[in-house]
Design a protein around this ligand. Structure first.
Ligand SMILES: *[C@@H]1O[C@H](CO)[C@@H](O)[C@H](O)[C@H]1NC(C)=O
Ligand SMILES: *[C@@H]1O[C@H](CO)[C@@H](O)[C@H](O)[C@H]1NC(C)=O
Ligand SMILES: *[C@@H]1O[C@H](CO)[C@@H](O)[C@H](O)[C@H]1NC(C)=O
Ligand SMILES: *[C@@H]1O[C@H](CO)[C@@H](O)[C@H](O)[C@H]1NC(C)=O
Ligand SMILES: *[C@@H]1O[C@H](CO)[C@@H](O)[C@H](O)[C@H]1NC(C)=O
Length: 193
């Protein structure tokens, strides 16, 4: 089963009656849990991810455009991403909502009962760039975006994170466009999930 990748496709979802349940199982782990065929699941890659979570400039108060991108020549077929309040940690609540920029390629997900709190794809083409908007109520906290990138069924990178400093947007001092620097992209790897 090409779980994340195939079930992400609308046609497969319709023909085979799958829901986005496979993504919902991954709501907190963001782990694709692709079976290796020997009773175990494939493990995330331990190398540095050839992908990153980036942000585009915006006007204060507007949604943030989050960009999933390749840093080299690698392409990704699938992904899943969430946003959390940076402090204290992974156990922080999911925050904000994702806004689709293209309904033909974007799948918004309800994780932990929160509509549109996670995002995945409807399209398993190889891609080097994927954009989605994100917005939140006024909160003065850093937000950690965390993604899993799937290059193919057996090859994926988990916990690719990037922090967005929301306080750079409040209050809006002028109409000047703020270009938030994507802060440290931290990557941690898992061997047994
Ligand atoms: C592999 O993933 C499945 C979900 O697809 C999960 O139920 C199972 O516990 C996982 N197996 C291992 C060994 O982690
Ligand atoms: C997405 O965010 C950008 C940057 O803030 C904004 O210009 C655009 O209108 C937003 N689009 C949607 C559909 O939210
Ligand atoms: C996506 O679908 C939603 C709900 O059907 C709609 O409100 C929204 O305008 C659509 N967005 C785009 C970019 O087509
Ligand atoms: C976020 O930005 C504010 C205002 O520029 C700054 O005071 C704060 O230290 C930043 N937080 C982090 C974690 O960088
Ligand atoms: C993801 O990476 C961050 C930074 O290295 C780490 O603090 C966090 O525990 C990791 N998340 C998971 C689910 O392991």
């Amino acid at each position: 089963m090409w779980t994340w990748i195939l079930i992400g496709l609308d046609i497969i979802t319709k023909v085979h009656g799958f829901s986005s349940g496979i993504f919902l199982q991954s709501c907190n782990s963001l782990s694709p849990q692709h079976p290796a065929g020997d009773g175990t699941n494939f493990s995330a890659q331990t190398s540095a991810a050839p992908f990153m979570v980036d942000f585009e400039s915006r006007n204060p108060g507007d949604p943030i455009t989050v960009v999933l991108r390749s840093t080299g020549s690698s392409r990704f077929r699938g992904f899943m991403m969430e946003a959390r309040e940076a402090a204290p940690a992974d156990s922080s609540p999911l925050v904000g909502t994702f806004i689709s920029l293209d309904n033909t390629t974007t799948r918004l997900l309800t994780c932990n009962g929160l509509a549109d709190s996670a995002v995945s794809q409807r399209n398993n083409q190889r891609k080097s760039l994927f954009r989605v908007n994100w917005t939140a109520p006024q909160i003065n906290q850093d937000i950690v975006f965390r993604a899993t990138f799937v290059e193919n069924f057996a090859v994926f990178w988990e916990n690719v994170t990037s922090t967005f400093n929301l306080s750079t947007t409040t209050p809006a001092p002028s109409t000047t466009t703020i270009t938030p620097a994507p802060s440290t992209t931290t990557i941690k790897h898992f061997y047994n999930y």
